[in-house]
Design a binder for this molecule. Structure first.
Ligand code: SER
Length: 585
């Protein structure tokens, strides 16, 4: 079955069973605590928690969608049979409408009857200290004639929460067999029974609470690419009709890296780049812009940053995704890609020549290449099918990074009198220690203002830089127009409301990639360290997160210490960038 037919059948199947069809949301979510949309349920988070009313918005308790999704966590796996960065997720959702019996039966019937495929086996939750074993699901599967029901634990069959907190619960997964005889997980059916007051990491470490949800919910996710692989009886996702036309158009003979894996990586990245650009992301050195830049650079080393490739992607998807069926958008995608090529092509080329000249590199040399030419780890690892980096590991490369970071930090500490300020964010400028308290308050206010701007003007607001002195904070951000006085007032009110709620301010150290996946907002230079600090400002009573950003600190412990925040000026800083100055009183 062609993938376009699978999409239509999926939507029609659930529409006929009382679900409202909802279009995919953007890859850039509304939820400021998440960097990218990683699942279909993200746009529905408030309906699970009771913060929004599904009947009012969808005229139904149930919805269905085909969601554009992106997972940075799988980036190192891309090139194998089943992993991708960008993918399409088919999902049906219920917010207090139906639960296990219907959800499992729908899943079973869609796979076996509608698509005529066989289920190899399913998994159910085996139970933990906090949540009992899911015998109900096991019994439902058995009553439907699926005999092979396997038990798994928290790591595998317990979903969520996405972001800093949110709905979560046990899951049941459906596995089918591909043309290689390999069992592949295709569908994850989540029973959202709880609200978790912390992140997934905190939950797994036993540091977060599960609060039973008033209305239980269903959230399911099925990868279209994997389903097409099963339905079209292919050995891997790249042989399906979703990828074959793209892969066919990739010619990397000239790069000297003409491997099948290389072609797969290019096909994945070309699709991801196209969709990120179409949703308004532009290459930069921070946050999601940096994710995009890394994908683009990887294509550049294969020498395939060309219009033909993007045209093929656009042609394959423009019937279903309106944003690609737009000439202006197409031209802009190709223009930005060419521009990035122009900017980095020659530096990267010199870097790769240097790598070729050196031959085998160790972690130290690899890091030097990164520093001098911007060659990221994965590029060095990929180059010439890995010939120059046989013994290089990500851990060793990250270790070099950390060492480098410590040296810069030691320098900063010495320079600024050893009060623990970490100057590398470029946000704080302090002349002597007596000023620390004031700039610390301003620094916390700056994070709140960033969150407020995104809440009032929309998630397209992107920090471009900031500078804090003892008198004021100055914050630059990408935004296409002047901010109206009423909007500035709203931003001020948002910040002062957050201050008066006396939010708790906490930080956690984590791996950079993990922080991205957790959705921390990043204002970051290219040289990100392997471990970063992420500051969160949250209401200790409800767990609600107001702000979550990469940052070296320092910040106040409670937002009540900030005082009253006031915006004193809004102006243009450069093309497409606005500048706001604010004070605390
Ligand atoms: N949220 C779950 C997942 O992404 C089911 O949609 O796997």
């Amino acid at each position: 079955m062609q993938s376009s037919e699978i999409r239509q059948k999926f939507l029609a199947f659930f529409e006929a069973r009382g679900h409202t069809v909802v279009p995919s949301s953007s890859l850039i979510p509304d939820d400021p605590s998440v960097l990218l949309t990683t699942a279909g349920m993200q746009q529905f988070k408030p309906y699970y928690t009771g913060d929004a009313d599904p009947v009012k918005d969808f005229k139904s308790l149930n919805t269905v969608s085909v969601q554009k999704s992106f997972r940075t966590s799988d980036i190192d796996e891309v090139g194998d049979e089943t992993h991708l960065t960008f993918f399409e997720m088919l999902g049906n959702f219920s917010f207090g409408g139906y639960f296990k019996e219907e959800a499992i039966t729908y899943g079973h019937d869609f796979i076996t009857q509608e698509l005529g495929l066989a289920i190899s086996y399913v998994t159910v939750f085996k139970g933990s200290d906090a949540v009992p074993k899911d015998t109900e699901s096991e019994n439902i599967w058995k009553s439907l004639g699926v005999a092979d029901v396997r038990e798994e634990g928290m790591e595998d069959v317990f979903w969520g929460p996405t972001g800093a907190s949110g709905p979560c619960g046990p899951t049941t997964e459906i596995y089918c067999t591909n043309a290689n005889g390999k069992d592949v997980e295709i569908w994850n059916i989540v029973f959202n029974e709880f609200l978790c007051n912390g992140s997934r990491e905190q939950l797994l470490a036993g540091n977060a609470k599960l609060i039973p949800l008033e209305k239980k919910g269903i959230d399911t996710g099925m990868g279209l690419e994997r389903l097409a692989m099963i339905s079209q009886n292919k050995k891997n996702i790249f042989e399906t009709d979703l990828f074959a036309p793209i892969v066919e158009n990739i010619d990397i003979r000239a790069s000297g890296r003409n491997s099948e894996k290389g072609k797969r990586i290019i096909a994945d990245h070309a699709r991801a780049i196209t969709f990120l650009l179409a949703d308004g992301v532009r290459p930069s050195n921070k946050g999601v812009g940096y994710v995009l830049r890394r994908l683009m650079r990887r294509l550049i080393i294969y020498g395939v940053q060309d219009a033909l490739l993007f045209d093929t992607v656009i042609d394959s998807y423009k019937d279903f995704y309106e944003e690609l069926n737009d000439e202006n958008n197409r031209d802009e995608i190709i223009r930005v890609a060419a521009n990035e090529y122009g900017k980095f092509g020659s530096t990267l080329g010199r870097g790769l020549n240097e790598l070729r000249r050196i031959g085998e590199v160790d972690a130290k040399m690899a890091f030097k290449l990164y520093e001098s030419f911007g060659l990221p780890y994965e590029m060095i690892k990929d180059f010439d099918d890995g010939k120059n980096a046989k013994n290089l590991t990500r851990e060793a490369f990250d270790e070099e990074f950390r060492k480098h970071q410590e040296i810069s930090r030691a320098g900063a500490t010495a320079k600024f009198g050893g009060h623990g300020l970490y100057m590398k964010t470029g946000e704080v400028t302090i002349r002597d220690e007596s000023e620390v308290e004031k700039v610390t308050r301003l620094h916390t206010a700056t994070h709140l203002m960033h969150a407020a701007l995104r809440a009032v003007l929309g998630p397209e607001v992107r920090q471009d830089g900031s500078d804090i002195t003892v008198e004021r904070t100055r914050f630059d951000f990408r935004f296409g127009r002047k901010v109206a006085p009423e909007e500035l007032k709203k931003v001020e009110e948002w910040v002062n409301d957050a201050i008066s709620r006396d939010l708790k301010v906490e930080y956690k150290e984590m791996a950079y990639e993990e922080a991205l996946v957790e959705g921390a907002l990043g204002f970051f230079k290219e040289k990100y360290p392997p471990r970063v600090k992420v500051y969160t400002m949250f209401d200790p009573k409800t767990g609600e997160i107001f702000s979550k950003e990469f940052c070296g600190g320092p910040h106040v412990g409670h937002t009540g210490e900030v005082g009253r925040f006031r915006i004193v000026k809004e102006e243009s800083s450069s093309a497409g960038v606005r500048r706001i100055r604010g004070v605390v009183e």
